[in-house]
Design a protein around this ligand. Sequence first.
Ligand code: NAD
Ligand code: SF4
Length: 441
Amino acid sequence: MSKKLLLKDAHIEGIRYFDVYRKQGGYEAVEKALKMTPEAVVEEVKTSGLRGRGGAGFPTGMKWSFLAKPEGVPRYLVVNADESEPGTFKDRYLMEFIPHLLIEGMIISSFALGANTSYIYIRGEYSWIPDILEEAIDEAKKNGFLGKNILGTGYDLEIYVQRGAGAYICGEETALLESLEGKRGNPRLKPPFPAVKGLWACPTVVNNVETIAAVVPIINITGAEYAKIGVGRSTGTKLISACGNINKPGVYEIDMTITVEEFIYSDEYCGGIPNGKKLKACIPGGSSVPILPANLLLKTINGEPRYMNYESLADGGFATGTMMGSGGFEVLDEDQCIVEHTMTLSRFYAHESCGQCTPCREGTPWMYKILKKIESGEGTSADIDLLWDVQRKIEGNTICPLGDAAAWPVAAAIRHFRDEFEWHINNPECLTRNYGLANYA
Ligand code: NAD
Ligand code: SF4
């Protein structure tokens, strides 16, 4: 049974509301943190080993300690709730069902960072959630946890919710800041990082929803206790949104010591694959991370079980490993066509490119066009090589990670499933979709 820190009260009726949340010990972490110094709170988060839960896994305490503190300049905390990675829906769950956990985490984090104004930037498609968040903010304010002189400590904080307008790129932290400033959401060149020059050119920490929510249990149980959960540098718990060909899609909290096999087949999590189908592949961390075929997914190249954590999923590098990413876990059974799946992802990235850099602007639609040609049975072997070449020229040559995110799934699909691409070229029908012949396990 996995330890639950974030979702422990998710089943309680009415947990969305202040009174119920408070009865379960809600806002006790704020009371505790406001008696500490901001530096001590930062230290607690550092000790916990918490890593950014949006996808990059950057150490949160380290990011906080990078925050510049020039005299007389405001600092900001911005929560990235622009959860748009295909297959990722764990932040939606948190915000929809336990909004006070995010608000509580924001109060503690803003206090630690010395921010008096903080923002939640939420994707436009989550149209019903801003009302839930604003209601939680109002409740927290009425109960003295937000606004002026919080709990009589002299600390002031206002939180505002800003809706995005439906662009995936606004989840990239600097595009998000541009959008929050009222401009078109084009990513900025880094450095400078937001910690030095962020919102309105002021020092800003941008953290994912789950990252900020995790600060609450860290303060409650202490950073040292949090660090004991999990393994190695994968401390604490992680939310995983599971979807695709599984019996029990949903959001699960894991402690990062379970194996991928256990996660897919155990009844506590995904509950196996419907209709006794075989596992073909999985994308464990949202659409941007490399797809892995079943044999490499269940075991590393050294024959060790693969675990649901940052290190084990990445074991072997891109040739034989993948990434934890955002925790958007998508399972593909034997009937899924990798060429079609990759084509669908390519269409998405081509559509979402902001167009600033030539390799991404020109390369993403080009990859989609080639994939469409191959998928429709009109490709040649040279098209596979061309596709490989185009993705290579995008990777590492763009302003923001969208270019890499578009290139990696294509590279991994060719690397691990070249036979499916060749089948599409040599045969008019799709091997897996029409005949169910594939067996990659
Ligand atoms: P990144 O590795 O460039 O940065 C991670 C964080 O660390 C950023 O906040 C950055 O500002 C900070 N940072 C890094 N070096 C720093 C330094 N020297 N000084 C100060 N701060 C520093 O990655 P990223 O662009 O933030 O995120 C990419 C990831 O986002 C991808 O791996 C993907 O998995 C994920 N992603 C998630 C979603 C989603 O919906 N959750 C959507 C798209 C992409
Ligand atoms: Fe825009 Fe793509 Fe360049 Fe990112 S990589 S800045 S999305 S063109």
